[in-house]
Design a protein around this ligand. Structure first.
Ligand code: ADP
Ligand code: MG
Length: 613
């Protein structure tokens, strides 16, 4: 093929090419027309589609409308009333601003726009077929604008071929409508597809809108999150982890009420659910970010679906910490319910798998894998004096932590447990099969797995102390000299700062030798033997599962090793103290590996089971 001369493309061709960026499928048309209606200040919007938008898309609004000149100019490429200067582009406050949508749509479809301003007597009708010259006429019509788009891509057969089945295109459109419905609950919105009313939404609050769209059950599984800083505001709903979704579909992020996709912010939310969700499920969330438009650039993507933030890191931490705190502040204890079978909500307590947790309940020597006889590490019932644990002659001691170490903290922050228990402290507390702690609470019966509960307490405490440089180190009376295999030694050296962070005093003593001089004060004294090696072994085991934060994984390994085990006998004070400390934790509902810690059996459930209702 010989080269032709360079020439500027005729406008209709340029528009068709540009349309490829903005209008990918019927959904894009719906989205752009809805944005125009919103920008026009509509209070009522009607969306009508036929055959998944392939045959017809019509959006009718009661917004400000246009006069004849604007109605024609609006179809020119880069014709917009929303920005006029480079400064305007720096702070976008409207959904549209590129002036491309109408030109693009008209380039690849048959478009009829009818528009009337309140002050005019009649509506202007502008018709354009595949980018041709507009035909203008007049017609009687209520104020507002109606844009009808027929036979999308009729003049671009290659693109028409790429349209999917009616059903698929419909689903995309429904999503676009739903996003606007959610971000604008104050607007009445009707959506009709192939003569069937899909949505007919009255104006209302966000909560009401959510109920209309998702239904009661789903909305009940969400909790409200809200926080503001100088830089940004975040508010919206996050789903309880028990309501994990099979896909990422129900993740809504709005930036200044514009629906956006942001891997970074989504990840921030996701990270807050770390270990709370059953593997392979995703959180449901709907969050509105409010940021000064000067601080974001929404002009980085032709369909304005992405944005660039000035302070990405800050936003990440802000969102993730808000979600984390919100989740922690709610009662996420799953209720054991036998009657609600077939309920796909996936009750956390039942759905959890026992992944990653080989040595949780059994007394397994992590080095040899040998199962220890119950007597070998089980504790004698310790004696108490003023609530403090006494060390038995055999070194038996239910971790100092359960009673002594942070008594004051537990006492001041026990409100979480007291709240759960109802008025006053619980009347009774039992240990079941040396594994579970049972206690009556306001709603029924609380069942707690003692090992994971303690693990959670130790894990959070170790990290918190480290963060505050307030490690409570208990000096060993007889420092242990450890000879390590070269690989273990290398790993230990690498992790040394983290060990110290958690409250270990370890010194390198020479090639492949270290001296353990102190251990975290939480550690029961008889547990310090082999602790370094055991923790290293666990660390490696946990590390295999995913890319990890070394310090966090080490803290988990330590907590798992140091926590009381199934088979340890606890007395009443120890159990009570454990529960108090547990519910003073930031996340008392799952252990650091994601296993549930507590379960509720509600009185309602019992009543039902016994035929009392
Ligand atoms: P943009 O929205 O980026 O400005 P569009 O091509 O979508 O570009 O629209 C061009 C112009 O047409 C808008 O700036 C607006 O002034 C006008 N317009 C479009 N749709 C409507 C509507 N539904 N009501 C009132 N004015 C509209
Ligand atoms: Mg627009």
């Amino acid at each position: 093929m010989s080269f032709r001369r360079v020439q500027v493309l005729p406008e209709h061709l340029a528009n068709q090419i540009a349309a490829g960026e903005v209008i990918q499928r019927p959904e894009s048309v719906v989205k752009e027309l809805l944005e125009n209606a919103l920008d026009a200040g509509a209070r009522n919007i009607l969306v009508v589609v036929k055959e998944g938008g392939k045959k017809l898309i019509q959006v009718v609004d009661d917004g400000v409308g246009m006069d004849e000149q604007d109605a024609v100019t609006a179809f020119l490429r880069h014709a917009t009333s929303k920005i006029a200067s480079a400064e305007d582009l720096e702070a976008i406050r409207t959904y549209g601003f590129r002036g491309e949508a109408l030109a693009s749509i008209a380039a690849v479809a048959r478009v009829t726009m009818k528009t009337r301003r309140r002050e005019d007597d009649a509506a202007v009708v502008v018709q354009i077929d595949g980018g041709g010259t507009p035909r203008v006429s007049r017609e009687a019509r209520a104020p507002g604008t109606s844009v009808m788009v027929q036979n999308l891509f009729f003049n671009t057969p290659a693109r028409r071929k790429f349209l999917k089945a009616t059903n698929t295109e419909f689903r995309h459109i429904a999503e676009a409508v739903q996003r606007v419905a959610l971000s604008h609950p104050e607007i009445a919105l009707t959506f009709i597809s192939d003569d069937e009313t899909i949505l007919d939404l009255k104006p209302g609050t966000l909560h009401e809108r959510m109920l209309d769209i998702f239904g009661q059950r789903q909305v009940e599984a969400m909790v409200w999150a809200e926080e503001e800083s100088e830089l940004l505001g975040v508010r919206g709903y996050v789903g309880k982890p028990t309501f994990g979704q099979k896909s990422r579909a129900n993740q809504y992020l709005f930036l200044n009420r514009r629906y956006i996709i942001s891997r970074n912010i989504s990840h921030a939310v996701f990270s807050a659910y770390e270990n709370l969700l059953v593997k392979g499920t995703f959180p449901f969330f709907l969050l509105f970010l409010t940021i000064d438009p000067h601080r974001v650039d929404v002009n980085v993507h032709p369909s304005k679906l992405e944005a660039k933030f000035e302070d990405e890191q800050h936003i990440y931490h802000f969102v993730s910490s808000l979600v984390r705190r919100t989740l922690a502040a709610h009662d996420l204890i799953p209720t054991l319910s036998v009657t609600r079978q077939g309920d796909d909500g996936g009750e956390m307590g039942l759905a959890f798998t026992r992944r990653q947790h080989a040595m949780g309940n059994e007394l397994v020597n992590p080095i040899t894998g040998e199962i220890l006889a119950p007597g070998s590490t089980s504790y004698e019932r310790p004696e108490h004096r003023d609530g403090l644990t006494m060390r038995g002659h055999d070194g038996a001691e239910i971790a100092a932590t359960l009673l002594g170490a942070e008594k004051t903290e537990a006492a001041t922050t026990a409100s979480g447990f007291e709240q759960l228990a109802g008025k006053g402290s619980p009347s009774a507390i039992w240990q079941l099969h040396k594994k579970y702690i049972l206690t009556p609470i306001e709603q029924g019966l609380l069942v707690v797995d003692q090992h994971v509960a303690h693990e959670r307490v130790l894990y959070e405490r170790a990290l918190r102390n480290g963060e505050r440089h307030a490690q409570a180190v208990q000096q060993l009376l007889f420092p242990q000299t450890l000879q390590l295999a070269p690989a273990d030694f290398a790993q230990l050296e690498e992790l040394l700062p983290h060990f110290e962070y958690l409250g270990f005093a370890v010194n390198v003593f020479g090639r492949n030798t270290v001296m353990l001089e102190g251990v975290p004060a939480d550690l029961a004294s008889d547990m310090s033997a082999n602790i370094i090696l055991d923790v290293l072994t666990l660390y490696r085991e946990y590390q295999q599962h995913k890319v990890v934060d070394a310090r966090d994984t080490l803290a988990k390994s330590y907590a798992c090793r140091a926590a009381i085990k199934a088979g340890d006998v606890l007395n009443e004070n120890e159990m009570r103290s454990l529960l108090e400390q547990l519910f003073a934790c930031t996340m008392p509902y799952v252990c650091p590996h994601g296993r549930p810690i507590a379960l509720k059996i509600s009185i309602d459930e019992l009543d039902r089971r016994f035929g009392r209702t």
